[in-house]
Design a protein around this ligand. Structure first.
Ligand code: TRP
Length: 405
C-alpha cells in the first residue's frame, strides 16, 4: 500500500495511486469523486441487503459503515455463491518494513471475515520483489524476502483458516511455479508500455522492474496461477478485497483478462485508515508518531492517542460544551468507527460528542481501551505463530476445498 513516499504539500486535488495518498481537505479523500474517477461502483444498501440474504448473516461492520465502500462486479460473485459455484479470494501485502500498523490490518480483517462467511480458498501475495524495486533504502531483495516471512506472522494472526489459505512470497513462487510465471509472461505480452505509462505514470527513468511489476500483481487474479489449488481450471472467479489505492493494478488486470480468455477479477475497495494527525494523509511506517503499531505497548498506545490523535473537539472545554465536536475530522471517533464493533455504543458516543456533552478526553479514553484490547490480542496471537506454522501456510499445496465448476 502507498505509504506517503511522495508528499505533495497542499495538493489542489486528491491524489490517490499505489504510491501516494494525499488529500486536499481535512476530512480526507473525497471518495465519491474517486468512485467517479476510477469508474467503480458504490456499495449500495440494496447490495448490502442482498449480501445478508445470500449469506444468512449480517455483514461485517466495515461493510455496514462504508469502510469498504466501493466495488467492481460484487454481484457476480454473490450470484456464483447463490448458485453454489466456486470463487476464491486474493489479497496481498508489500513487505517494506517489519513495523506493521493498524491500517495494514483493515483489508486482512475483512478478508478473514469473507473467508469465514463464504468458506472459500484464499491466496495472499507478499510482494517482496515490488518493495525491493521501489524502496531506495532497501539494498537487496534478501531484505524484503525476510520481511515477507516476518509480516506473514502478523497476517496469520488475523485468523485465516490454514486449510484454505496459501500465502506466498513472489520471489519463492515465481521460481517455484511455472504456471504462475507463464501467466505473468502472458500478461506482459498483452500490456504495452504506453498502457502502464497512462495507468501508473511510469516514465523513461522508471526502472524496468517497476514497468513490468504490474503483471506480477495481476497474475494471482487468474486461477490457473495456482494449479495445486484449482487443478488447472482457468476460469474460477476471483474477488479481491483491497484499499482503493490498489485499484490501478486491477483496472489493468480487468483490461487484459479477456485477451487471455481469463475472467476479470471482482473487487471490494476500502477507504484509508487515517493517520493520528488527521485524515489528510495515510499512516507511514517511517513516522512512529503517525500511527499505532502492532508492536506498541499498552502504555505507548495510551500516550500516542492522548498526545497525537487529532481532535475535532472545541479548543477549550467551554467551547466544546457550547459548539460540540466535529465527527468527520476527529481521529478518535474515526478510529472507533473502525474498531468499536458495538453499533449502539458507537452511536451514543458520536451523539454525545457532537452535542458537546462528551469531552475529547473521555472519547480518547474509550478509544484507548478498544485499541489496547485489539493490539494486545493481536500480540498474543502472533506470539503463537511459530516458524513451522508460517512454513505450513507458505507451502504450495492442495487446499481443503472441493468444487465443481
Ligand atoms: N501492492 C500491494 C502493497 O504494496 C501488495 C499487494 C499485492 C496487494 N497483491 C495485492 C494488495 C492484492 C491488495 C490486493 O501493499
Amino acid at each position: 500500500m502507498a505509504d506517503n513516499t511522495d508528499v505533495i504539500v497542499n495538493p489542489k486535488e486528491d491524489i490517490v495511486d499505489p504510491w501516494t495518498v494525499q488529500s486536499s481537505s481535512d476530512k480526507g479523500v473525497d471518495y465519491e469523486k474517486l468512485i467517479e474517477k476510477f469508474g467503480s461502483m458504490r456499495i449500495s444498501d440494496d447490495l448490502i441487503k442482498r449480501m445478508e440474504r445470500v449469506t444468512g448473516k449480517p455483514v461485517h461492520h466495515f461493510i455496514r459503515r462504508g469502510i469498504f465502500f466501493s466495488h467492481r462486479e460484487l454481484e457476480m460473485i454473490l450470484e456464483k455463491y447463490e448458485n453454489k459455484q466456486p470463487f476464491y479470494l486474493y489479497t496481498g501485502r508489500g513487505p517494506s518494513s517489519e513495523a506493521m500498523h493498524l491500517g495494514h490490518l483493515i483489508p486482512f480483517i475483512c478478508t478473514q471475515w469473507l473467508q469465514e462467511t463464504f468458506e472459500v480458498p484464499l491466496v495472499i501475495q507478499m510482494t517482496d520483489d515490488e518493495k525491493y524495486l521501489w524502496k531506495d533504502d532497501i539494498k537487496d531483495p534478501d531484505q524484503t524476502y525476510k520481511l515477507a516471512y516476518e509480516n506473514a506472522k502478523d497476517i496469520i494472526a488475523c485468523g485465516f483458516d490454514m486449510n484454505k489459505t496459501f500465502i506466498f512470497s513472489d520471489i519463492d513462487y515465481i521460481s517455484g511455479c511455472p504456471e504462475f510465471y507463464k501467466n505473468i509472461c502472458r500478461i506482459e505480452k498483452h500490456v504495452t508500455f504506453n498502457q502502464v505509462k497512462a495507468i501508473f505514470g511510469f516514465n523513461e527513468s522508471s526502472n524496468i522492474g517497476q514497468v513490468s511489476f504490474p503483471a506480477i500483481q495481476a497474475a494471482p487474479s487468474f486461477s490457473s496461477s495456482f494449479p495445486l489449488i484449482f487443478g488447472g481450471h482457468t476460469r474460477v472467479p476471483c474477488l479481491i478485497p483491497c484499499a482503493i489505492d490498489q485499484d490501478p493494478y486491477f483496472r489493468m488486470t480487468r483490461d487484459v483478462a479477456p485477451k487471455l480468455k481469463f475472467l476479470k477479477p471482482a473487487l471490494l475497495h476500502s477507504v484509508f485508515f487515517p493517520a493520528l494527525q488527521g485524515a489528510k494523509g495515510k499512516m507511514s511506517s517511517s513516522d512512529p508518531t503517525s500511527s499505532i503499531f502492532l508492536t506498541d505497548t499498552q502504555k505507548e498506545i495510551e500516550d500516542k492517542i492522548n498526545k497525537y490523535a487529532y481532535s475535532g473537539g472545541g479548543a477549550t472545554l467551554e467551547e466544546h460544551r457550547k459548539k460540540g465536536g466535529d465527527l468527520d475530522t476527529d481521529v478518535s471517533y474515526q478510529y472507533l468507527r473502525f474498531f468499536l464493533e458495538d453499533d449502539a455504543k458507537l452511536e451514543r458516543l458520536g451523539r454525545e460528542y457532537k452535542a458537546g456533552t462528551l469531552a475529547t478526553g473521555d472519547l480518547k479514553k474509550e478509544l484507548i481501551a478498544v485499541l489496547q484490547k485489539i493490539v494486545g490480542d493481536h500480540q498474543a496471537k502472533r506470539e503463537m505463530v511459530t516458524k513451522e506454522t508460517v512454513k505450513q501456510y507458505m507451502t504450495p499445496r492442495r487446499l481443503n476445498y472441493t468444487f465443481i465448476l
